[in-house]
Design a binder for this molecule. Sequence first.
Ligand SMILES: *[C@@H]1O[C@H](CO)[C@@H](O)[C@H](O)[C@H]1NC(C)=O
Ligand SMILES: *[C@@H]1O[C@H](CO)[C@@H](O)[C@H](O)[C@H]1NC(C)=O
Ligand SMILES: *[C@@H]1O[C@H](CO)[C@@H](O)[C@H](O)[C@H]1NC(C)=O
Ligand SMILES: *[C@@H]1O[C@H](CO)[C@@H](O)[C@H](O)[C@H]1NC(C)=O
Length: 460
Amino acid sequence: MEHSFKTIAAGVVIVVLLLQQAPVLIRATDADPLQDFCVADLDSKVTVNGHACKPASAAGDEFLFSSKIATGGDVNANPNGSNVTELDVAEWPGVNTLGVSMNRVDFAPGGTNPPHIHPRATEVGIVLRGELLVGIIGTLDTGNRYYSKVVRAGETFVIPRGLMHFQFNVGKTEATMVVSFNSQNPGIVFVPLTLFGSNPPIPTPVLVKALRVDAGVVELLKSKFTGGFKTITAGVVFVVLLLQQAPVLIRATDADPLQDFCVADLDSKVTVNGHACKPASAAGDEFLFSSKIATGGDVNANPNGSNVTELDVAEWPGVNTLGVSMNRVDFAPGGTNPPHVHPRATEVGIVLRGELLVGIIGTLDMGNRYYSKVVRAGETFVIPRGLMHFQFNVGKTEATMVVSFNSQNPGIVFVPLTLFGSNPPIPTPVLVKALRVDTGVVELLKSKFTGGCHFITQRN
Ligand SMILES: *[C@@H]1O[C@H](CO)[C@@H](O)[C@H](O)[C@H]1NC(C)=O
Ligand SMILES: *[C@@H]1O[C@H](CO)[C@@H](O)[C@H](O)[C@H]1NC(C)=O
Ligand SMILES: *[C@@H]1O[C@H](CO)[C@@H](O)[C@H](O)[C@H]1NC(C)=O
Ligand SMILES: *[C@@H]1O[C@H](CO)[C@@H](O)[C@H](O)[C@H]1NC(C)=O
């Protein structure tokens, strides 16, 4: 009797331990897609995690592309002095299930994007013009440390999911930034509005105690935020829906972080998924910021006529564990980023100058359909994880794009190089059979890619 009681008790202990670990095991980020595309049917009455899909046949060709953020909003239309042009799933049904979205924010001099939190996404951003003070506040674990920097045109920043942050235009001119999220619907909790303008309101004694000021101060603060709660309540409904769907959310993309920051120790000999962390005290202040892609590479240095300036975890140790990274690619006229696949990330990109033909090929399920469009400055595109795609400069001038990934290390499989320049090579008879051509053609193709595998082995 006593023995079996002990057994039961041990079982209970194990269950309790498992439950304590449960929050760690449930990855509460966007679900991995189960098809190439699921263009959101925003009118559907069906409730799922995200939106129901339109039939692929009814989706047309345009859903992978958007010109919504090619222009910004009026920065003087509201007291914040900033105007957010959103491009999440509500504005861009094509990103449904793909785990990415974008915003453009324009700022008047002195304008601000007030302190806020994205509950469902890490953010990676680039300043396109002007000078923005970007401030990020760590959790209690990091001593509530405030990290900040004036970020200028071409410079980038990263903001871990759930941390409070803001942008403030410290320049004399208007400023513009484009930010990407590793969610189709990052959500937003405006901190002042949440504290002082909730519906119904947080009782004043609670805020008096919390803020250590008297009731007069709290009432004054509340008076500044009356009637401003509509955005927030919509957000809460989404959070509740997401929580109800929790089991659907277990997935196999970059791990959710277990701390604010884990700046990669690229010299560590320890092997983990990603990189071991430097001690926070040794990381300094700069790891949230990078100016690596403020300038592009030489587009005439190689036969592709394009030059990729990478900004994944190897170049930006600060994104380790955060599930995001960026690249800048510059193109000569006629230059190309040859057909390739990112095995570990969905990509969302914006053309900064010039005209790029962006081509994406669906899987067999989609009849290997080729989707393409000439994307111009300010226009955006999305490329589902694992699909083959390319960019080609069809303009008369150089072109530049910035792409973001929902992985710190998206990986790349260059398709021609993989077929014809692997190390050791794929046997010629295999390629003859696969390509339905004779040996001479395969050997010719192979001869074009000899010695070209260094790039790939290096990435692995
Ligand atoms: C943003 O600017 C547009 C005009 O471009 C305006 O219609 C809109 O009201 C502005 N939004 C806010 C929140 O001020
Ligand atoms: C200004 O910021 C507040 C958050 O403090 C936000 O609730 C409000 O929507 C913003 N105003 C506009 C018009 O963008
Ligand atoms: C990209 O351009 C830089 C110079 O800006 C050059 O050093 C580098 O070799 C180029 N990369 C490739 C792959 O052509
Ligand atoms: C050109 O593209 C091939 C893929 O076809 C790639 O292996 C190679 O690294 C690229 N060359 C340069 C120098 O960027």
